[in-house]
Design a protein around this ligand. Structure first.
Ligand SMILES: [Zn+2]
Length: 149
């Protein structure tokens, strides 16, 4: 008997996520809380600025670039990827002005990585250049509560 692995953006899945994460996800599908960098107190997003979506993307887990610091343009990149083809829970931001603070890192193909504007840690998400300003913040790479330590 074929098993449906639920890897689509189907309604049941979104209902499940909504009840699991009711503290961060509002009924309108937008973020309820402020969103912060995981490593510093930088405020990335105010409530109501991102739409919940699930996207397939390979987002490196670790800090990706030191080429900016070196300034030699050579690509000395540590890329530690998550599992391939994993659906990522994220906030979609349609307009860059909706960010409170965000930084941009290197461009890879049609994507630009987003990093913290203050401490430059990341990536916290990506900008899909094929969709103009559309950006995605991965839930696994950001913090939904106020940093207090
Ligand atoms: Zn930071």
């Amino acid at each position: 008997m074929a098993e449906d692995n639920c890897d689509n953006n189907n309604d049941n899945d979104i209902m499940r996520i909504k009840s699991l994460y009711s503290n961060r996800l509002g009924d309108n599908g937008k973020n309820k809380t402020k969103v912060y960098c995981t490593r510093c107190p930088s405020l990335i997003l105010n409530p109501g600025s991102g739409n919940y979506v699930r996207e397939k993307f390979l987002l490196p887990l670790e800090k990706i670039s030191k080429e900016e610091k070196d300034g030699n343009g050579s690509s000395d990149v540590t890329e530690v990827y998550d599992k391939e083809d994993k659906l990522i829970d994220c906030w979609r931001i349609d307009n860059m002005f909706n960010f409170e603070n965000i930084g941009f890192s290197n461009t890879v193909g049609y994507f630009k990585y987003l990093i913290c504007a203050d401490c430059e840690s990341g990536p916290v998400g990506w900008n899909d250049l094929s969709k103009g300003q559309t950006c995605y913040l991965s839930w696994d790479h950001i913090r939904h509560s106020k940093p207090d330590d």
